[in-house]
Design a protein. Structure first.
Length: 233
């Protein structure tokens, strides 16, 4: 472990959904780093808190989470510098990543800054996509079906264009776009096969048909799944 930086996927929220490999590295690393809001606790750290052995050096990478303006170069530059200093001094660093590090994860911005400076390894994690499918009881794709991942902040015209198929869809980054997205899916005839999930795997998990959701905004950790029109489910 000496001098290695690990992008550690810690899963969608349930502490039991951490892989054995991630757990081993987490317990052995003398330094842990994690994204955190400007004030308050880090969700990534909360996930692993039951497993922390204590006595580790901690680097909280504080940023205005959820403001839609990332990446912020100066924040990632500073965080990468602090992490590289530990790695170059021979200390292993576990960078905690909600879900999977390379599935819309902020670790990719650190990876870019670190990969030429020290040894960096990515440890995959259970992603929110898989967690939401499990919570909804909705298989994502079968046989020759395709699955498309679509960010909700895209303009209406682009969303409609991407949804014009019989494929299955996972719509992410819902937030303030929930009401707009529900109306767009209803207008296009997709609402009947749309499912809404928030806080997958947590005690606050909610899973229901999107047509049953009346709110205009969704929590940061939410997703809409649209089943394939040709599916057998």
């Amino acid at each position: 472990m000496s001098g290695t930086v690990y992008g550690l996927g810690v899963g969608p929220g349930d502490p039991e959904l951490i892989t054995l490999k991630a757990l081993r590295i987490l317990k052995a690393a003398p330094v842990i780093a994690y994204p955190a809001p400007e004030t308050g606790d880090s969700f990534a750290r909360q996930i692993v808190a039951p497993h922390l052995p204590g006595g580790q050096t901690e680097i909280a990478i504080r940023m205005p989470l959820g403001d839609g303006q990332f990446p912020k170069a100066e924040i990632y530059d500073a965080a990468a510098g602090a992490i590289a200093d530990h790695a170059q001094a021979g200390r292993g660093v576990a960078v905690l990543c909600e879900g999977d590090p390379f599935f819309y994860g902020s670790f990719m911005y650190l990876y870019r800054r670190l990969v030429d400076r020290c040894d960096v390894q990515v440890v995959p994690g259970v992603s929110s996509l898989m967690a939401c499918a499990g919570a909804a009881g909705l298989p994502l794709a079968a046989r020759n079906e395709t699955l498309t991942i679509v960010p909700a902040p895209l303009p209406d015209d682009e969303l409609r264009m991407r949804l014009q198929s019989d494929a299955a869809f996972a719509i992410i980054k819902i937030g303030r776009h929930l009401g707009r997205l529900r109306r767009l899916l209803a207008d296009g005839g997709w609402l009947a096969r749309s499912w809404y999930v928030e806080h997958a795997t947590l005690a606050s998990q909610r899973s229901c048909r999107l047509s049953e959701v009346s709110e205009e905004r969704a929590p940061y950790f939410s997703m809409v799944l649209v089943a394939s029109a040709r599916g057998e489910r």
